[in-house]
Ligand binder design. Structure first.
Ligand SMILES: [Zn+2]
Length: 1004
């Protein structure tokens, strides 16, 4: 799946990044909504600090840490207590005291643990336990009987082999009926069959093993599970068939089998039904074993009215008229075993264009009036399909591949096998659209096509390793888009992944997942962008150009049709390694612990010492255990570096493997400076010390070209991050930025503007004077930008960032040019077009005037280009008029004029402005229940909403309010990781302001 609010749709302008921040805790955590049902078998007794500590300890072979930390949390059943306080950088003495303390606690808890007759549960040692400590506590079914299964994950005693699905959707009444026939094979002797079903009203159930007969189905709604209890035990090796008839409503949210609609060009409302099953919603359309490891084949039949068409994963084989006047379409049985989350079907009146590529018929579907926007997608998908067929050395296994633009769709796109669904914005693009807009479409197609192998053919066993799907697809997305467009978006994406991973609320790439909210939360920048970043680092480290690719091919061939975990990937890559590089050893340190290292350089003549530590932004003294654990965090870092002797080409790269706390390398004494992390392909931040930074700044001041633009951007990113960490002063940051007056390339400029913009927005919310420093440094560069068509993607990126900042700071020339372009566009009656990369700045300027805002709203309702429409919406939402802000928020929730899929974007845009950020916060609090009805708790959309609404706060009063609101939510979202992230961010903002505001006031 492609989540939607990535850097991509932020497009090139510099709006929208949170100030990376701080540190959790003091949140009182209610128990997760799913209660602990098996005594002694905690669902997930450890809190995150423990996990982090555990993974660090495991790396060091310190198994004793596990028990002590697991214990600590088990004695505090219903509050995830704040870890003990400590200094952020403990001295050696503190460390010794900490160790002693922990050893004592560990010993005492072990003694307690082994006291006879006492079983520790999440609720502590509450009563003596005379029975087995693992006796399950079964929940009650809806009919009052005991439900025979007490775990979140399904039992492994039977596995589905084939599903025969018949679906009868009724688009008038928004309901459907269905019949699911599941053929299963018994793996272990059992008397129960447990599977998933959510919001389905099961009307009849029959079961056949030998003889066929009716059975009773028990349902436990909390876990969305149903169970069939058999009177006789089935034996391993037997096969059996369960048939379930059911009825349900089409979902009015964005998951399951849901209804969507659009207004056609005659102004009529057209309804359709589509599916979105990843991660946990196939169970809302048919009863199934809804976990990725239960792969099976599917035969699907759907009935429709004659003026509609249906689509599914496989080609249609026949259409049969039904007695009730409807038509039933039947699709070929899937030729491959498939996870349930990849099943898809659509009933709509879309029109296709098609083309044969190798053995596959590729088609792009859209609503009829947007057919002329599908050419680019068809062409791109065809080229990419050929590219992947040869890149992976495995041909795409299905006979057809459909790409469908759905009018109302929450994710960016979804990789259903053979039937990829998209937002209209991520698939449809006009011939005259700008290269930047085409790049977005191409990259999303590249992402979803990569999934047809990485994810669909080889699938993660469980959601804890979601990154195997998403990290890889994200990596391929950026690699192909760099090849086709030479854009440099991946660099900025890696910077943002670092910013998020620097927080204590972050998590390991592979992380335990034990309830639905946690599954949803895996769809975040750690799985996607950090996953992609560490793959890039590995690819750069492996010697030989094709070695990474060979390892990937080996992995895909070895596990084709199967499920895997992270170690399987590393093992495949190790196997093909010519120099016997131990990929597993290196990469485990990047996937099993959260965060990333800070590498500090200290130099004495020719001797350079590199030291690593966990880069952890935390301003809170309460994080004693966290900080203690970070002392043990070690990464196996493939450090690259260049020096002033040779610094630009790949031939200049020198390597150093830093596996221990510190290491030393030798340089000629004559070397003036060194720059680590060549082109920022490694996932770490570097601190050069006062002298090192000064030397780099001097080098850049005399000649910008001594480093690649990626290296320059990485220096800028790193120094801002270090200032947030408190390792360099903001004065040093500004000092480095002095060289910017000579800068002309997009990467360093966009990164600097983005960082400054974050600070500017925080200052703005405190009604501090604008950061006119921006204009001072970038003034001439801003003035040099043109307003006509521009072909180069990197120049477009540069131009839209610079002009976006100039206009947001009310630079007169910028405002006048933007207004003139808007006027010309309005008067041309659709015959002229604003260059794609300038549309955002033009619409945003226009929206600030009363009259033009109304004009823009009218345009928004009539424009057919989706990319343009979205930029108009951001313009509309950037208004500073309070009544309009409230109107647009409400309209986004209603979903009539503004589709609800756009609400996260509306909220994030409103929050950037001074007038809107408090309204948006009130709106979220007032409408929380409706928001989580539309966007599941933990989902990417909710993560975005929380982040946008809170990242602008920097005062204690706001912190208290945010904390108060989220803790009042209890099971309605208080446990989300993004809540912790929000609190950390506000605290870090607060700390940063306290520390730097006086300096800034003096300086600026
Ligand atoms: Zn994806």
């Amino acid at each position: 799946m492609k989540t939607f609010n990535s850097m991509f749709e932020e497009e090139p302008d510099v709006v929208d990044l949170t100030f990376p921040a701080l540190d959790p805790d003091e949140v009182v955590y209610e128990p997760r909504s799913s209660r602990l049902l098996v005594r002694g078998l905690g669902e997930n007794d450890m809190d995150e600090d423990d996990e982090d500590c555990e993974s660090s300890a495991r790396l060091l072979g310190m198994s004793f840490m596990n028990r002590s930390s697991a214990h600590r949390s088990s004695s505090f059943p219903y509050t995830r207590q704040a870890p003990p306080r400590s200094c952020s950088r403990p001295s050696a003495r503190t460390t010794v005291v900490c160790v002693l303390f922990l050893v004592i606690v560990a010993s005492m808890t072990m003694v307690l643990y082994f006291l006879p007759g006492c079983t520790f549960t999440k609720a502590g040692c509450r009563k003596t336990n005379k029975t087995t400590p693992f006796e399950p506590v079964y929940p009650l079914s809806t009919n009052g009987k005991l439900f025979p299964w007490a775990q979140f994950r399904l039992p492994r005693s039977v596995r589905p082999v084939n599903y025969d699905l018949t679906l009868n959707p009724d688009l008038n009444n928004m309901t459907f009926t269905g019949r699911t026939v599941i053929t299963m094979s018994v793996l272990h002797n059992t008397k129960i069959i447990v599977l998933h079903s959510a919001h389905l009203n099961i009307t009849k159930a029959t079961f056949k093993v030998g003889l066929e007969g009716d059975v009773t189905v028990l349902e436990y709604q909390t876990r969305q599970q149903i169970a069939v209890q058999l009177s006789e035990e089935m034996k391993a090796g037997q096969s059996c068939v369960l048939t379930l008839d059911y009825s349900a409503s089409l979902s009015h949210t964005y998951d399951g089998f849901y209804n969507s609609s659009y207004i056609d060009k005659e102004g009529n409302k057209r309804v359709l039904a589509a599916t979105q099953f990843e991660p946990l919603s196939a169970r809302k359309a048919f009863p199934c074993f809804d976990e990725p490891a239960f792969k099976a084949t599917f035969l699907i039949k759907i009935s429709r009215k004659s003026n509609y068409t249906t689509l599914s994963n496989m080609p249609q084989v026949k259409s049969t008229p039904l007695p009730n006047g409807l038509v039933q379409d039947e699709f070929e049985k899937t030729s491959v075993n498939m996870s349930t989350y990849l099943v898809a079907f659509i009933v709509a009146d879309f029109t296709p264009i098609s083309k044969n590529v190798s053995e596959t018929l590729v088609s792009v579907y859209s609503v009829p009036e947007k057919k002329e926007h599908t050419d680019y997608a068809l062409d791109t998908a065809s080229k990419l399909l050929e590219f992947y067929n040869s890149f992976f050395e495995i041909n795409y296994p299905l006979k057809k591949l459909d790409l469908v633009a759905i009018p109302d769709f929450l994710a960016g796109a979804m990789e259903n096998w053979g039937l990829i669904t998209f937002r209209e914005t991520t698939l449809l693009v006009g011939n005259q659209s700008s290269p930047l807009e085409k790049q977005l479409v191409a990259s999303v197609i590249a992402h979803e096509l990569a999934h047809q192998w990485f994810g669909n053919l080889v699938t993660m066993s469980w959601w804890n390793d979601l990154w195997l799907n998403e990290g890889f697809a994200t990596y391929m997305q950026y690699i192909t888009s760099y090849v086709c467009f030479q854009g440099n978006l991946f660099l900025a994406v890696r910077f943002r992944a670092l910013d998020k991973d620097a927080l204590n609320s972050s998590h390991a790439v592979s992380t335990e997942v034990n309830n639905p909210e946690q599954v949803e939360e895996m769809f975040d920048s750690v799985s996607y962008e950090k996953g992609a970043s560490i793959l890039m680092m590995l690819n750069t480290w492996l010697p030989g150009k094709q070695q990474f690719r060979k390892g990937i091919i080996q992995y895909l061939k070895q596990f084709s049709g199967l499920n895997t975990d992270t170690d399987d990937l590393w093992n495949s890559l190790t196997q093909v390694s010519a120099q016997h590089h131990n990929v597993s050893e290196m990469m485990r340190s990047w996937t099993s612990q959260k965060g990333f290292p800070l590498v500090t350089v200290s130099r004495q003549g020719g001797q350079v010492t590199l030291t690593q530590e966990h880069f952890l932004l935390t301003s809170d003294k309460t994080q004693q255990l966290t900080v203690f654990c970070t002392l043990f965090s070690l990464w196996n870092i493939p450090v690259t570096y260049v020096t002033d002797n040779c610094s630009l080409g790949p031939e200049c790269i020198q390597m150093f493997n830093l596996k221990t706390k510190s290491g030393t390398l030798e340089l000629p004494e004559s070397v003036k400076w060194l720059k680590l992390n060549y082109r920022n392909t490694g996932f770490y931040i570097v601190h050069y010390g006062d002298e090192g930074w000064a030397a780099l700044k001097d080098a850049l001041s005399s000649n910008v070209q001594v480093l690649t633009q990626e290296d320059r951007a990485s220096l800028i990113h790193n120094i801002f991050a270090l200032s947030r960490l408190g390792r360099v002063s903001f004065y040093q940051v500004l000092n480095l930025l002095k060289y910017m007056s000579n800068e002309t390339e997009s990467c360093p400029v966009t990164e600097a503007l983005l960082q400054l913009n974050v600070i500017y927005r925080l200052l703005d919310k405190r009604q501090e004077d604008s950061l006119h420093y921006i204009l001072y440094r970038f003034g001439s560069l801003m003035d040099n930008q043109t307003w006509g068509e521009e072909e180069s993607v990197s120049k477009q990126e540069l131009r839209s960032a610079l002009l976006g900042s100039a206009c947001s700071l009310n630079q007169e020339n910028c405002i006048q040019q933007a207004k003139a372009l808007f006027k010309h566009y309005d008067e041309s009656n659709g015959t002229s077009r604003i260059p794609g990369d300038l549309q955002q700045v033009v619409f945003t300027v226009a929206a600030q005037s009363n009259e033009d805002w109304l004009t823009l709203l009218h345009m928004y309702q009539t424009v057919t280009y989706d990319a343009e429409k979205r930029k108009m919406l951001r313009g509309l939402a950037s208004t500073q008029d309070a009544r309009r802000i409230v109107w647009i928020l409400k309209a986004g929730l209603r979903g009539d004029i503004i589709q609800t899929q756009e609400l996260p974007l509306v909220i994030s845009t409103v929050c950037n402005g001074f007038a809107g950020y408090l309204f948006a916060w009130d709106f979220i609090q007032e409408n929380w229940d409706r928001l989580i009805e539309k966007f599941p708790i933990g989902s990417y959309a909710i993560q975005t909403i929380i982040k946008s609404a809170t990242s602008q706060f920097s005062t204690q009063a706001h912190l208290d309010r945010v904390q108060g609101f989220f803790s009042s939510l209890k099971e309605r979202g208080s446990q989300m990781r993004s809540v912790q992230e929000a609190l950390e961010t506000i605290r870090l903002n607060q700390r940063w302001m306290d520390k730097n505001l006086p300096t800034l006031q003096k300086w600026l």
